[in-house]
Design a protein around this ligand. Structure first.
Ligand code: GLP
Length: 240
């Protein structure tokens, strides 16, 4: 596990953009695992800017997003479909047939999603944010690690954290569909970005704590190619 601390949040997120751009440069048909949340937005801004300047080309790139809420329409501005459209898909030359997000409309959607990832040859680089409780994707603290894409019930902590995007906590969907820990661990390389003081404890427990499904990100200690990028606040408990 590599760990790098940056002066500010923007620099940490842009560094993740550098790693994704390098992956696309080395392999034009790379398979990207993408994340939502406020943390990765500067990484997407960098990718869009490099695309516009002709530095990277998305023509053959394939993408698979980590997760989506269950029960809200894809066209809803608060869906992760809409988020990705706004921050990346509408701004680069990704082909619509190469873009994938889980949908959670049927109980078989998770199986189909895992199969689509397998058919694409697996994920080359997986971008991750992290929840305050150590969740990755929507893999909440639990008694066991999950394997494939599955429907999850969100914890109160996550509902409260994500309420800022909705009118109130009551409007936050109670369920989501998420890639499992197995999907994330199968990616060839994982880049996790964490910014802000509210993530400091999760970062510490991810890197220094015991590997436990109570802190889902802690399993990344076992990943052979995992890079964790933080700003000073999120990295503040990592003192040596
Ligand atoms: C959501 C997403 C996660 C994301 C987390 C943190 O719960 N499912 O993928 O990492 O929020 O979001 P933020 O970056 O806004 O703090």
């Amino acid at each position: 596990m590599e760990f790098h601390v940056y002066e500010n949040a923007r620099a940490a997120c842009e560094a993740a953009g550098v790693l994704i751009a390098a992956q696309i440069t080395r392999k034009g048909d790379s398979v990207l695992g993408l994340a939502t949340g406020s943390t990765p937005i500067p990484a997407y801004e960098m990718l869009v800017s490099w695309y516009k300047r002709g530095v990277i080309d998305f023509d053959r790139v394939r993408t698979f997003n980590l997760d989506e809420y269950v029960g809200i329409d894809e066209k809803n501005p608060l869906s992760y479909h809409s988020f990705m459209e706004e921050h990346l898909f509408s701004k680069v030359n990704l082909r619509p047939e190469n873009v994938h997000l889980p949908s959670g409309r049927s109980s078989l959607d998770g199986v189909a999603y895992d199969e689509a990832i397998r058919q694409a040859g697996g994920i080359d680089i997986q971008l991750l944010g992290i929840g305050r409780n150590g969740h990755i994707g929507f893999n909440e603290p639990a008694a066991d690690f999950t394997y494939g894409t599955h429907v999850v019930t969100l914890t109160e902590d996550t509902i409260e954290a994500n309420a800022r995007f909705f009118n109130s906590a009551d409007d936050v969907p109670r369920q989501a569909i998420s890639m499992g820990i197995g999907n994330i661990m199968s990616a060839r390389c994982v880049v996790l970005v964490a910014t802000g003081e509210s993530k400091a404890n999760a970062v510490y427990r991810t890197i220094r704590g015991p590997i436990t499904p109570e802190v889902p990100a802690s399993i990344l200690q076992l990943h052979p190619c995992c890079v964790i990028l933080t700003d000073r606040e999120a990295g503040k408990l990592m003192t040596d």
